[in-house]
Write a protein that binds this ligand. Structure first.
Ligand code: NPW
Ligand code: K
Length: 469
């Protein structure tokens, strides 16, 4: 897990005060990090265009121009001049080389480094900025963004357009803006550069963490004296669209639940032999999944009562966001996970009378809305689906950036529910179940070898088999 911050201003200040480092030292390391990346990735003498803005993001770029001048064919372009104190100092140092900034950017370059605006990007790009970013995006070059791609605002939204980076080299620590759904197509690969001290010392308290593959803890079976009851009994409520419950149950079984029963008041035909069915909740139930294909008018009164009385761990997806009695379950049960996509989340916020917001308002501030929900329902784990899935619990947000377009597929959400509920049935805490289910989902998609448009829900369930190989 890596820490993620709103921005690094407080961390930079702490560096000056606690470690006696100066802005100049930090900036030299920031630029040296970019120079190292360029020397390691690109050949000598290549044409390098550095577009530098008026503030300290631009100052990083001017510093980079000094570091690489002589080894690369450097064009430093300053469309807004150099305004911050550090930008002026760095420009003075650059001029001491006998070099000059160019008056207009070259039409082509091998490498384009965007150091126009970083964390101080505070208003929409003007026409000059839009045209510039647009022309860089159209160039066939290796594109590097310094700290944050220009145009990405502090909430991670392109305003109104943004630099399309192959690599973002971000300074000191990861920033939330890089992990919004809207920023995902712009940031490319993300690298963090240390600023004169290691991240361990640089980073401080935060409320957000980035999940990595190393965080995945699958339900490996280590007890040789086990039986099927050792690994829990998941019950999936099968409502109107039974296929959704079947996919959920099949994924749960594949991910290690010892027993999976579909609960229905009618017989379900053609059920896979490994899934059981029942009209009532068995006594051995160790977790419940409900909402997938359930319908909005389904009201399993007896099941609701048992869930609350026995405090059974429960995962709620899809249609559960529409039913007012979700509130009772969220308030009375201690182990709950909800897994809405943005539209369902908008409905859920309304159902719970938290707020009335549109899907696009949610997408423009996913971190903010996830945190608001989590503070209103601290016992519940929220998993907000998206290009970068957010998992929120007690005001802390965990980001899963590993999802791919392979997952944009019918049935994918039912599988995710099955993976999480499977782990809940096996005794994982709701938070660990959400984290590991979400990682398993993304890692299965990454394992899939077919064309990225071709995976079916069954293909994804198949990939779960190989997750630890
Ligand atoms: N502090 C440190 O120790 C370290 C800092 N580091 C680096 O500093 C960066 C942050 O620097 P920063 O705070 O100067 O902000 P930055 O992104 O350069 O923008 C501010 C300037 O842009 C202007 N401006 C803003 N939006 C605009 C727009 N739409 N259109 C036009 N103008 C616009 C704004 O003008 P103003 O709004 O003030 O009129 C101001 O002049 C950070 O991302 C990292 O790269 C690293 O080197 C590590 C050490
Ligand atoms: K930038």
């Amino acid at each position: 897990m890596q820490k993620v911050f709103n921005n690094c201003y407080d961390l930079d200040r702490r560096c000056y005060e606690k470690f006696g480092l100066t802005e100049d030292i930090l900036m030299e390391h920031a630029a040296e990090g970019m120079a190292r990346h360029i020397r390691d990735t690109c050949g000598d003498k290549e044409q390098l265009l550095i577009a530098a803005g008026p503030g300290n993001n631009g100052a990083d770029g001017i510093t980079l121009a000094r570091l690489l001048h002589g080894d690369f064919d450097v064009s430093l372009y300053l469309p807004y001049g150099a305004k911050s104190a550090m930008a002026k100092i760095q420009l003075e140092r650059f001029l001491q080389l006998g070099a000059e900034p160019v008056q207009s950017p070259p039409l082509q370059a091998d490498i384009v480094v965007d150091t126009l605006f970083g964390t101080g990007f505070a208003k929409p790009l003007d026409t000059k900025g839009i045209d510039l970013v647009d022309s860089f995006n159209g160039m066939e070059a290796y594109k590097i963004a310094c700290d944050v791609p220009t145009g990405i605002d502090p909430n991670g939204n392109p305003n109104p357009i943004a630099f399309h980076a192959d690599t973002t080299i971000t300074m000191g620590a990861l920033k939330k803006a890089l992990f919004s759904d809207h920023a995902k197509p712009y940031v490319g690969r993300i690298e963090v550069v240390d600023l004169g001290i290691s991240r361990t010392h640089y980073e401080h308290h935060t409320d957000a963490f980035l999940l990595t593959q190393e965080d995945f803890t699958p339900p490996l079976r280590t007890n040789a004296a086990s039986h099927k009851g050792t690994f829990g009994h998941l019950c999936v409520i099968a409502g109107k669209k039974r296929g959704a419950a079947v996919l959920c149950g099949s994924a749960a079984l594949r991910f290690g639940a010892g027993l999976v029963t579909l609960i229905s008041d009618r017989n379900i035909d053609n059920l896979p032999f490994s899934l059981m069915q029942s009209g009532d909740l068995p006594d051995t139930t160790s977790a419940i999944a409900m909402g997938m294909g359930m319908g909005y008018d389904y009201d399993p009164i007896l099941i609701k009562t048992s869930i609350v009385e026995d405090d059974i761990p429960i995962l709620m997806d899809a249609d559960m966001c529409y039913v007012p009695w979700i509130r009772t379950l969220l308030e009375k049960c201690s182990k709950t996970v909800v897994t809405p996509h943005p539209k369902e989340f908008s409905v859920l916020l309304k159902t719970l009378e938290i707020d009335n917001v549109t899907v696009s308002e949610i997408q423009r501030d996913r971190f903010g809305w996830a945190k608001r929900f989590s503070e209103a329902y601290p016992k519940t784990v929220l998993l907000l689906k998206g290009a970068n899935t957010l998992i929120a619990h007690e005001g802390i947000i965990y980001i899963n950036p590993l999802g791919t377009p392979v997952l944009s597929q019918a049935g994918s959400g039912d599988i995710l529910s099955g993976l999480i509920a499977s782990l809940m049935a096996q005794g994982y805490t709701p938070l660990n179940a959400a984290i590991n289910g979400s990682l398993a989902h993304a890692l299965s998609a990454r394992r899939y070898k077919g064309a990225n448009f071709s995976a079916t829900a069954e293909d994804l369930i198949e990939e779960i088999r190989w997750l630890v190989n």
